[in-house]
Design a protein around this ligand. Sequence first.
Ligand code: XIL
Length: 320
Amino acid sequence: GFHIGTAVAGGGHHETQPYPDPFTHDRPYRQVLAAEFSSVSAENQMKWEYIHPERDRYNFGMADAIVKFAQRNRQVVRGHTLLWHSQNPAWLQQGTFTPEELRKILRDHIKTVVGRYKGKIQQWDVANEIFTDTGALRTTDNIWIRELGPGIIADAFRWAHEADPRAKLFFNDYGVESVNAKSDAYLALIKELRAKRVPVHGFSAQAHLSISYGFPGDLENNLRRFAALGLETAITELDVRMDLPPDGIPTAAQLEQQADYYQRTLVACLKVRGCDSFTIWGFVDKYSWVPVFFKGQGAATVMWDDFTRKPAYYRLLSTL
Ligand code: XIL
């Protein structure tokens, strides 16, 4: 019942993936994807801007292909994501809608997307990154919360549950690996929602880590307090980046520290009951989002560009 997953590089995001999409075109990539993982997440292809590019048009091609690939290879799928402040299409973000219209737009989207993959998605990241690091709801940059109020979060979970009653519905965020203001905010919100019988089933930490910031040593304890509410937990987007030396080649010490971070993250998850899903955000450096988003940093995944394995890969393997 324990799943090791990866994000699937499906292309379509020009800034980070200016090459033909690896999922479709890179044979060795597909082979590793099929052989090494029992769970997959679309890196971009189920996000609004990709799957719902115009108000009256959905683009299911890549998401369908990823789900089909997973089924063929007996992998489960994590759906990502339904309510987020980022990667929304221009028609939505810049449109003018009444609250009633906007509410219907979200409801229709959730019913359509979740409904399409009903029975095929193990876990859905229903709400992604709704709190800031200080534990405040994103009331300005999250269009849904700003325009419709925080009550829309519960509605999103209810609609997703109606569309696929067996999918486990998650809150997902970065910077919530430790006990801190942000993870506290999730704990409080989830307690409140569960008391109202809102179908919330899980809490997940993305775990975009850096060896420069120190390991979140209380990860296990943090996950435990969510597990204690009867929730599932998950690691959903693990990568461990580093400052690259001028020649671009990580030192042995950096690789060792990276391996250690990967391992400690897995160990924490394995120790917590209900943490049954452990996903890395891509498995090969050449397709990782890290160098694009974090200037001067990289080498964050477990494989070199030719798919040979780094110490981190072997450390995960020996931990399982
Ligand atoms: C990233 C993707 O990896 C990139 O390809 C894309 O350009 C931006 O988004 N938190 C999330 C993920 O929930 O969806 C993000 O993925 C990384 C941070």
